[in-house]
Ligand binder design. Structure first.
Ligand SMILES: *Cc1c(COP(=O)(O)O)cnc(C)c1O
Length: 465
């Protein structure tokens, strides 16, 4: 399997190369040159497989021989060892034909564990084989950093440096990063905001000369193809459990960077009978605006009760646009250039294609809180704010009640106590058992000034030999 850039000007890569790359050199994102297709019979034969057995079936064609089958199976088995529910991605029923897919059973209590637990292991395997070591550098405002650290904590060939804005992430989120022991894990609290952190990461990727000669940076943000790939699996798992391929299933997905729902779109393209795919946003609603009104203008960032969806633009949307523009890389390059310079319109034919594929709704903080309260009162199930947005958008957009609607529950409510309290839930939401000692563990973190040179000097002197 080859991977090509959405902007058409970068060399095609194989799986191993794409794993070690972030953006393509032409500024685009890598996507598979062709997608595998699942036949009806194949899907039928997967009914009843365990999560890890299914993950192997879904992932293998994308890895395309880069990793021998037995080793890939072992990697996938190991990927989910730290998940605390035996089903890995359990379904919970909310109402008639309405379901939640709990994607927060991993070590950091958010769905990003699905992708980053697999990515860390795939990277370490490939690096070991190549006799190579790399440096992961990322900026986080919350969930990504802790999931990346957990995913890489046992990797022998990776040093990971995560920058977060000093005193601007929640205590649970900070402790989830700073209490993970490991000589290869480096937390940096930058005296600045999230944008400052992200700018430093961007600048460092642009000029990597501060690193030792035998090291390169690897990106673990959601543009990394392997993250998308790992997320396809749970759409298939949930749909098969609810009767696919004999009947269609719909999904409502709380969306920020369009990574998670893009994986659902790929599952549909590959033959999974998905009826509706609902893009659920918070007040940062560029995706809802573009899908409903072809309004792709950037608005100012709003801080909401669902911070993991607080974005101005959605990087992975480019991957969808590439398909909607008939895979015309030159057109995407021109569109993205124009979008950087101001407001643009998606070409009418491409817009109609996107609109036919997705439904969308934006849910503000008041709607989020109301949904948490509503579901708590009707079923004594406590939603986190991101999952509440998925449920609310699913209800607003669903066409009928014959097709099961699955809302993706992307985080555990204990991570976002503020929203839960606003919904009138006054008891403390306990952290799950495996994290009960989070507030006792020792923290390891270095506070640095908002200065690129000093951050890079710190990194250079802390990379393990
Ligand atoms: C990252 C995240 C999202 C958004 O996922 P995207 O792939 O960026 O669309 C939603 N909910 C939670 C809890 C997250 O951490």
């Amino acid at each position: 399997m080859k991977y090509i850039s959405t902007r058409g000007q970068a060399p095609a890569l194989d799986f191993e190369q794409v794993l070690l790359t972030g953006l393509a050199p032409d500024g685009g994102l890598y996507v598979p040159e062709t997608l595998p297709r699942w036949s009806h019979e194949q899907l039928v034969s997967w009914v009843g497989l365990s999560y890890t057995e299914l993950a192997y079936q879904v992932v293998a064609p994308f890895v395309a021989g880069a990793i021998p089958d037995a080793d890939l199976k072992a990697i996938i088995e190991d990927t989910y060892v730290d998940f605390r529910h035996p089903a890995i991605a359990p379904l919970v029923q909310l109402d008639h034909n309405e379901w939640l897919l709990e994607l927060f059973q991993g070590p950091t209590l958010a769905f990003k564990d699905f992708a980053l637990q697999m990515l860390g292991r795939l990277l370490d395997y490939v690096l070991e084989k190549r006799g190579q070591k790399v440096v992961i550098m990322g900026a986080t405002s919350g969930d990504t950093g802790s999931a990346a650290i957990q995913g890489c904590k046992r990797c022998k060939n990776i040093d990971i440096f995560i920058l977060h804005p000093h005193q601007r992430v929640s205590e649970v989120q900070r402790r989830q990063m700073t209490t993970v022991a490991g000589a290869n894990i480096h937390n940096i609290a930058v005296e600045g905001n999230f944008d400052d952190c992200q700018s430093m990461v961007k600048a460092s990727f642009g000029d990597q000369s501060f690193l030792p000669a035998d090291r390169q940076l690897v990106a673990v943000n959601s543009i990394n193809w392997a993250r998308i790939m790992a997320q396809i699996v749970y759409y298939v798992y949930a749909a098969l459990a609810l009767g696919a391929p004999h009947r269609p299933v719909s999904f409502s997905v709380p969306t920020g960077n369009f990574g998670d729902i893009y994986a659902g779109y790929l599952a549909k393209c590959m033959g999974l009978p998905i009826d509706q795919l609902v893009v659920a946003t918070n007040a940062n609603d560029i995706l809802h605006r573009v899908l409903s009104d072809n309004d792709y203008s950037r608005h100012q960032l709003k801080h909401t009760l669902s911070p993991s969806m607080d974005i101005v633009i959605s990087s992975n949307f480019e991957r969808l646009l590439f398909d909607c523009y008939g895979r015309d890389g030159a057109a995407i390059a021109a569109l993205m250039k124009a979008a950087n310079e101001g407001s643009v319109q998606i070409a009418p034919a491409a817009f109609e294609k996107a609109r036919a594929l997705f439904d969308s709704a934006a849910v503000d903080d008041a709607g989020t809180v109301a949904m948490i309260r509503d579901v708590w009162e009707s079923s004594e199930y406590l939603l986190d704010p991101h999952s509440a947005i998925a449920v609310a958008a699913g209800r607003a957009c669903r066409r009928g009640r014959d097709v099961p609607m699955v809302a993706l529950a992307t985080a555990h409510p204990a991570k976002f106590p503020e929203a839960v309290q606003l919904a009138g839930y006054t008891a403390e939401v306990p952290l799950p058992h495996h994290m009960a000692d989070l507030f006792e563990l020792e923290e390891r973190c270095t506070v640095l000034p908002n200065d690129l040179r000093q951050v890079q000097a710190f990194m250079a002197s802390h990379i393990n030999a």
